[in-house]
Ligand binder design. Structure first.
Ligand code: SF4
Length: 219
């Protein structure tokens, strides 16, 4: 058999997958407040197609979650203080669980994982009125020695002040975000995000241009 690479078909398949990503969520939603507010604003108001990299990472995560969580998938959805949430699953004991897929090394413990995950989980604890959390992390590359998928599961217990402080932070973000939507002005670029979020972000060119204009005007 002879093979010919068909990159145009690959592009089309990624585009079709990208069309499936956007799910209309309650405004605002935990996930859009946890991650870059500027990016969330653009996704609501002036969405660009997802980049191939974003599509691939998203679909890998969703596909694996669908299989791994099939047995006890009980997504708990609701709204608290005007913020929508959807907890990934409930454990056998009935407390919230979150499933993540990452290329980060399995050598990393929970405290070295993205702070955005922690904010998201503390938010779900507040929404579910619990302090116990299960975090299941599928490390796509394992510990890179050699690269091979590895599943790690962590039991967490949060302190009430951690849950409370995180929720106060979320409410502050909600106010900023909703005001920006009302005034139809995106939140200031490079201000409401973690620096790594800009890597491979589809809105980076727009943010760079807005920052250049701001710098020209003298900040
Ligand atoms: S480039 Fe950075 S600041 Fe701009 S939308 Fe993306 S993540 Fe947010």
């Amino acid at each position: 058999m002879e093979w010919t690479e068909d990159s145009s078909l690959a592009t089309r398949m990624l585009r079709d997958l990208g069309d499936e990503i956007w799910i209309d969520k309650h405004l605002p939603h935990v996930t859009e407040l946890v991650y870059c507010l500027t990016r969330s604003w653009y996704q609501r108001r002036k969405p660009l197609p997802f980049t191939p990299r974003e599509v691939l990472l998203f679909t890998t995560g969703v596909g694996l979650e669908g299989v791994l969580l099939k047995q006890h998938k009980q997504q708990i959805e609701g709204v608290l203080d005007g913020i929508g949430y959807a907890t990934d699953f409930l454990t056998y004991e009935g407390y919230p669980g979150e499933m993540k897929t990452t290329r980060l090394s399995a050598k990393k413990g929970p405290h070295e994982l993205p702070v955005t995950w922690m904010r998201q989980m503390l938010s779900y604890l507040r929404c579910n009125k619990d302090d116990r959390m299960l975090l299941a992390v599928l490390h796509l590359m394992g510990d890179y020695a050699p690269p091979f998928p590895m599943l790690k599961v962590w039991q967490g217990k949060a302190l009430q002040w951690e849950i409370g402080m995180n929720w106060a932070w979320m409410l502050m973000r909600k106010d900023i975000y909703m005001a920006s939507l009302e005034t139809d002005t995106p939140p200031e670029q490079f201000t409401y995000n973690e620096p790594w979020e800009c890597d491979n972000c589809g809105y980076k060119l727009i943010c760079d241009a807005n920052q250049a204009i701001k710098d020209l005007k003298g900040g």
